[in-house]
Design a protein around this ligand. Structure first.
Ligand SMILES: *Cc1c(COP(=O)(O)O)cnc(C)c1O
Length: 357
């Protein structure tokens, strides 16, 4: 009798399944709440019509890279395309790390970094954030250099904390370490501290962007990396040739042809987030600080509360899904009704005795 068993690094893994069940209001995944503008939809339908389905995609995704480069004012030579930035993270970690290399992450941060690191058998060094959830760049530099890490990866602004690191601080980090810095700017469309336009000037920087958050395109799986030519060519050389499909590339190219509509959409999301933030801050004041709402540079808010689990359960009963972390809640900005519903439910729990039982 032959026998086969899974290796140690994948044995205990479970398929990723963010949330089970149907909910009336979904504010758990930081998606955009806006529908795709009609004008862009028309262009997308046209692009689908024209698609040569029998042909393989453009493996270098030139058209969408050029449209992205145009929108962000970078050189298309410095752009590589991923099947969502999640895939870019996976490709970059497996290509730029050897088994046993050290990778420095911070905590709390996006959980996928350490997951992909474990798949390539890299050693994760984790720096805990400060009590107020900010990152100490001094500690990050010190840890990176003392531990001789090969890579540092973090999100800026951060998912889940919603806090951001000023770009001068990020520049100081990049210049003070030998490690490759992978800077995940998934939420930078909502803030103004991007390093995108200077990314190619550094030897050791890769910036990641995505269409999933600010542009309401999570469904098409489209992400980008921006870096100098050497790093970009390495990424293109190791990714699977047809990682980005033709439809996604065409839709992405169409999207970036509408900068004004994109900017309007981002402004709407930021306004909605501000309204949600203000209302939750009011609640924070009136419930004697049973909750603490952090500053937000993103399209979501982050809340510290000892009642996170109880509030989360209470919201689910009302068919409102948010994201639970131990001791924290993350709530994506929704439309006006969705925001009102989640605030009302939190208020009911905290002030009207629902949570007092
Ligand atoms: C959502 C998110 C991503 C994933 O983006 P995709 O392009 O949809 O794969 C990457 N990084 C962070 C920090 C995110 O929050």
């Amino acid at each position: 009798m032959m026998s086969y068993s899974l290796n140690r690094k994948i044995r205990d893994l479970k398929p990723y399944d963010p949330i089970e069940g149907e909910y009336r209001i979904r504010l758990d995944a930081n998606e955009s709440f806006l529908p795709v503008p009609e004008e862009i939809k028309t262009g997308i339908l046209q692009a689908v019509e024209e698609t040569a389905f029998h042909r393989y995609p453009d493996s270098l995704a030139k058209e969408v890279s050029a449209a992205f480069a145009d929108y962000y004012e970078v050189d298309p030579k410095h752009v590589a395309v991923g099947n969502g930035s999640d895939e870019s993270i996976s490709v970059i970690l497996s290509a730029f790390l050897m088994k046993g290399d050290k990778i420095l992450t911070v905590s709390p941060d996006f959980s996928m970094y350490r997951f992909y690191a474990s798949i390539v058998e890299a050693e994760s060094v984790v720096l805990e954030k400060e009590e107020d959830l900010t990152i100490s760049v001094d500690k990050l530099i010190k840890t990176a250099n003392e531990q001789k890490v090969r890579m540092i990866i973090f999100s800026n602004p951060c998912n889940p904390t919603s806090l951001g690191l000023q770009r001068d601080e990020v520049r100081r980090l990049i210049r003070s370490v030998d490690a490759l810095v992978v800077l995940d700017e998934a939420y930078m469309d909502f803030w103004d501290q991007s390093l995108l336009r200077e990314a190619a000037q550094y030897e050791n920087l890769i910036i990641l962007r995505t269409c999933s958050k600010a542009f309401g395109m999570a469904a098409i799986r489209l992400g980008f990396s921006v870096a100098n030519e050497t790093l970009t060519n390495a990424i293109k050389a190791v990714k699977s040739p047809y990682n980005s499909n033709t439809l996604t590339q065409k839709i992405g190219a169409e999207l970036f042809r509408h900068p004004t509509l994109l900017h309007q959409g981002i402004q709407e999301i930021v306004d909605s987030k501000q309204a949600l933030y203000r209302n939750m801050k009011e609640l924070e004041a009136s419930c004697h600080e049973e909750i603490l709402v952090y500053e937000s540079c993103t399209n979501f808010i982050f809340i510290r509360t000892e009642k996170a689990k109880q509030i989360y359960d209470f919201l689910l009963i009302q068919s409102i899904a948010v994201r639970l972390f131990p001791g924290y809640l993350r709530i994506s900005a929704g439309n006006a009704q969705e925001n009102a519903a989640v605030v009302a439910a939190c208020r009911q729990f905290l002030l009207e005795g629902e949570g007092k039982a």
